[in-house]
Design a protein around this ligand. Structure first.
Ligand SMILES: Nc1nc2c(ncn2[C@@H]2O[C@H](COP(=O)(O)OP(=O)(O)OP(=O)(O)O)[C@@H](O)[C@H]2O)c(=O)[nH]1
Ligand SMILES: [Mg+2]
Length: 453
């Protein structure tokens, strides 16, 4: 992190040619740079149309400039935005101008980092900006927008407030206890119930955060089954492209093949695996090991079978894996027996469907079911974009509160130990919004941003 408040500049639009290209400048030299590159300082927060000059004062383009004086700007510093035409060489020449008049190239995420350090946004909002840019589904966009608007921050702030109140009460009783005769101000039962309430509220926020985390990342749909039943063909049919190699030789797929699919706003990652069978060679056995690993990480499992072959005994591992997530029995190759494709049964956890990957019959129906079920696993209501980091912090808070609760079960509770657990829990909560001074954490978060953000 930079200690010196120097002036930074970056091209904020993606590389390549486009209608417009935007350069962003932030810092104490901004006014000077604006005067040099525009010939005058634009009025604050008003679109200014005029010539854009190079390092030597020669006109390069006409464009729009926006000047946001500190502290009412994104970073909290003086900020200038130059909207030029989107030519890469033109933008480079304008950047040279900004650099020659005192700016330096911004590091990835440095604008957001400054906004955070100047108290314009908290850490969850900074992360939400990156998530908004990286969102790969409509729901991920909406969740990121909620976090940017402060949903996650508010949930954490409410928990912090409850914790502060509880700690204050507890500390007050600790002080009084020292004066012997004065009874504890906080009865044990009250303390326990306050911790319980906190745990309930925490679980609620954690649920929303876990949902948000799930929406940011694709759900994994793993296709498995015996060799040659048509797993790879089905993957190709579902995603509409030839992502996996198909052949009539059993044991074609050795390694994991992944393909992405968007359906009803949901991002699904289809995972094709090596067929499971007893008499496999070394390489195929390694592939089967990967299949087993993929099954462990599955959100939904498609167990593909050949509808014409005698029902193969499902691999024990598939059956075991099916307990932790919804499973489908997909009877493939129904074209061979001229049986109609479509849903056969649906009993909640297990769906049976008949398809022809070759002809595409029943594939649309299967795709829709996958999205429907995927969406069911995650509510959208109240979810906000969240990262594993936030969820992990909440898990730690939960453990600390559980410890405090256990301590409060004793007839004569160890109040000081409880106070210690609560204080640790508060530090964990503060880490979510960036209230804790942790340079390594900030460096890690902001370095993943794109330049100009
Ligand atoms: N008639 C018919 N043939 C199919 C269908 N789906 C796949 N096949 C054929 O079955 C053979 C095996 O298909 P794959 O998709 O490679 O099967 P797989 O399950 O991925 O096989 P492995 O990777 O070896 O485990 C190929 O010859 C496909 O053309 C189908 O719906 N109908
Ligand atoms: Mg295959």
């Amino acid at each position: 992190m930079s200690a010196e408040p120097d002036t930074i500049a970056a091209i904020a639009t993606p590389p390549g040619r486009g209608g417009l290209g935007v350069i962003r400048i932030s810092g104490s030299m901004t006014i000077h740079i604006a005067e040099k590159l525009l010939g005058e300082l634009p009025a604050p927060r008003r679109a200014h149309y005029g010539a854009l000059l190079d390092a030597l004062g020669e006109r390069l383009d006409y464009g729009i400039a926006l000047f946001f004086p500190a502290p009412k700007s994104f970073t909290g510093e003086d900020v200038l935005e130059l909207h030029a035409h989107g030519g890469p060489v033109l933008l480079d020449m304008l950047m040279e101008g900004a650099l020659s008049h005192g700016a330096r190239n911004a590091r990835p995420g440095e604008f957001s980092e400054r906004a955070f350090l100047n108290g314009k946004i908290d850490l969850t909002q900074a992360e939400a900006i990156a998530d908004l840019i990286d969102s790969e589904s409509r729901i991920a966009v909406r969740n990121a927008a909620r976090s940017l608007g402060g949903s996650l921050s508010r949930a954490v702030a409410a928990l912090e407030q409850e914790l502060t109140t509880l700690r204050a009460q507890l500390e007050a009783s600790l002080d009084f206890d020292e004066e012997d005769d004065v009874p504890s101000l906080m009865p044990v039962a009250e303390m326990r119930s306050a911790i319980d309430t906190l745990l309930t509220h925490l679980a609620h926020s954690r649920n929303a955060a876990e949902c948000g985390m799930a929406w940011r990342e694709a759900q994994r749909v793993v296709l498995c089954g015996a060799p040659n039943v048509g797993k790879s063909s089905l993957l190709n049919a579902l995603c509409g492209e030839d992502a996996a190699i198909v052949s009539s030789t059993p044991g074609t797929t050795r390694d994991i093949v992944r393909a992405e699919l968007q359906e009803a706003g949901l991002l699904l990652q289809l995972v094709d695996t090596a067929g499971l069978r007893e008499s496999a060679q070394e390489v195929e056995r390694q592939g089967m090991e990967r299949t087993r690993q993929a099954l462990k990480e599955a959100d939904q499992i498609l167990h593909v079978v050949d509808s014409n072959a005698p029902a193969t005994v499902p691999d024990a591992f598939i059956t075991a894996s099916a307990h932790h997530c919804p499973q489908y029995i997909v009877e493939n190759k129904c074209d061979l027996s001229e049986m109609p494709a479509g849903l056969l049964s649906n009993n909640g956890m297990e769906i049976r469907i008949r398809v022809s990957a070759l002809r595409g019959d029943g594939v649309d129906e299967l795709r829709a079911l996958l999205a429907q079920r995927g969406a069911k696993q995650m509510t959208t209501e109240g979810a906000f974009s969240a990262r594993r980091r936030h969820v992990d912090c909440m898990k730690r808070v939960n453990t600390l509160l559980q410890k405090a609760k256990a301590l409060a079960q004793h007839a004569i509770p160890a109040s000081e130990e409880i106070a210690e657990q609560l204080s640790c829990a508060q530090r964990q909560l503060a880490e979510i919004t960036g209230g804790v001074d942790d340079e390594a954490l900030l460096g890690e978060i902001f370095s993943r941003f794109c330049i100009g953000k």
